[in-house]
Design a protein around this ligand. Structure first.
Ligand code: NAP
Length: 458
């Protein structure tokens, strides 16, 4: 495979977990890999999605860094598909392209009032506390005492925990100073997690659920009747150990006496949000009680209630965004593919592949993308002879882009951003803190020479 492999240059579009796992597998095949990202920073959802207090998960960065520091791998940041480069450019410069662009936006609830001020997608809220440069500032004024989080997945738990946690416990994380200040001044006392189905269908993983009950300043409020409800989807399904463990945790919480602590997290099952109430700004959520049928579908009962809230976080899942020039399945929000080979009009498009959430939708944990990347790259390996016949093609892409006056952030540029983040952190007596501002990211990235040549030339 060696001689063939040396001929093959591959572009991975997206430097998040799935892209980096794919780059790792491709490099192991002996291929030359460029990992492109529209941001000047790598790591995607690890940097901008994994909660800042999930330190163990964040430490995956060290192994991702090793991949991007491999001699045969380059990071090319600030290169957006659709603006800086087109699919045709990529096809001209690389024998193969792997789309690893994740699922960048939120799913909609589709209820009246969803666009009121104070109604935010979890994606926006997570982006804000993660210091994403595109994230709008979040308003958590002194009037915001009650927050409804719609959804019963791990993202819902992340945002609930970030709101419930004592801000002092976030000082050691990399959240930007202004985020920390706002959370420290937050007047939120009540966080309501709302699920349209019952505990059996909640999507949490156990470790994440348990964390909520371990917060020292937080009472968790669970109605025991909802846990034993006969309305949770007909006959018992095959025993699922995660569901059983989660159930045990919820039962333990339901039996805990309230301790009068500073904050409360309320867990409400069997409630479907039907309308966000408010005149210009969110003032509450109108919910309909539900029952779940034997097929696991929630149905309204005609019984209504309102939870007062000044902020609503819609945490009902992520969704893929179409990429210019790349096929897109509107129904699934993914790139149509056959096991990872991209399909154009139903036929395999030679040399185009996809991995991660762009390939299979927003499911699983970060590590799930490792096996997924391995599967896709196995197809690249199987196609290698044909791909080698196509490449190498055209001049070096980074050189061509910089020749056109575009700014491309190579590894030294990214390292300069990291250094600036460490300097920011030490100025406020903290560890490294995120730079959330486009101008400052670019300023740092372009403060070093050769940044446009990528790591190998730097
Ligand atoms: P998710 O696990 O798919 O959960 C989405 C939740 O939204 C579900 O409870 C779903 O309920 C609910 N929902 C969807 N549409 C709704 C509607 N119209 N009205 C009311 N509720 C609705 O999505 P996620 O929490 O965004 O997580 C995405 C992926 O990232 C998951 O695989 C997750 O495990 C992973 N993740 C992992 C971690 C971690 O490991 N720590 C952290 C964050 C995210 P139904 O079930 O009734 O549809």
């Amino acid at each position: 495979m060696g001689a063939e492999a040396a001929q093959v240059r591959v572009a991975v579009v997206g430097a998040g977990p799935s892209g980096i796992y794919a780059a790792d597998e491709l490099a192991r095949l002996g291929l030359a890999v460029d990992v492109l990202d529209r941001l000047p920073c790598p790591y995607g959802l690890l940097r901008y999605g994994v909660a800042p207090d999930h330190v163990k998960m964040k430490s995956l960065e060290a192994s991702f860094r090793k991949v991007l520091e491999r001699p045969s791998v380059r990071f090319l940041g600030g290169v957006e598909l659709g603006t800086a480069v087109t699919v045709a450019d990529l096809r001209a410069h690389y024998a193969a392209v792997v789309y690893a662009t994740g699922a960048a936006t939120d799913r909609r609830l589709g209820v009246p009032g969803e666009d009121l001020a104070g109604s935010l997608s979890a994606t926006a809220f997570v982006g804000w506390y993660s210091g994403h440069p595109d994230a709008a500032p979040v308003r958590l004024g002194p009037d915001v005492r009650s927050v409804v989080v719609v959804g019963m997945g791990n993202v819902a738990l992340d945002v609930a925990r970030m709101l419930a946690k004592d801000a002092a416990d976030l000082r050691a994380t990399d959240v930007p100073d202004d985020v920390l200040d706002l959370l420290a001044r937050s007047a939120v006392t009540d966080i309501h997690l709302v699920g349209r189905r019952g505990p059996r269908h909640a999507r949490f993983t156990t470790k994440e659920l348990r964390e909520i009950g371990e917060l020292p300043n937080v009472d968790v409020v669970v109605d025991p009747a909802e846990l034993e409800s006969g309305e949770d989807g007909g006959p018992a399904p095959v025993a699922d150990p995660v569901v059983e463990r989660n159930h045990a945790i919820l039962r333990e919480w339901a039996g805990r006496p309230a301790r009068g602590l500073a904050r409360r997290v309320h867990v409400h099952f069997f409630r479907s949000p039907r309308r966000l109430l408010g005149d210009g700004r969110v003032a509450g959520v109108e919910l309909e009680r539900t029952v779940v049928d034997g097929d696991g579908r929630a149905h309204g009962t005609g019984e209504w209630e309102v939870i007062d809230a000044q902020v609503v976080l819609r945490s009902v899942g992520y969704r893929g965004v179409p990429l210019p020039g790349v096929p897109f399945d509107e129904r699934t929000g993914t790139i149509p593919n056959d096991g990872g080979r991209v399909l154009r009009d139903g036929a395999v498009a030679p040399g185009e592949y996809t991995v991660g959430w762009a390939k299979r939708g927003p499911s699983g944990v970060i590590g799930t993308n490792k096996a997924d990347a391995r599967d896709t790259v196995a197809l690249v390996a199987a196609d290698l002879a044909g791909l080698a016949a196509r490449g190498p093609r055209g001049a070096d892409l980074a050189a061509r882009l910089t020749g056109r006056g575009l700014r491309v952030v190579g590894w030294p540029g990214w390292q300069a951003i990291e250094a600036a983040e460490r300097a920011d952190g030490s100025r406020s007596g903290r560890g490294r803190t995120k730079i959330a501002d486009w101008d400052r990211l670019w300023q740092a990235a372009l403060s070093v020479p050769s940044t446009t040549d990528g790591r190998r030339a730097g």
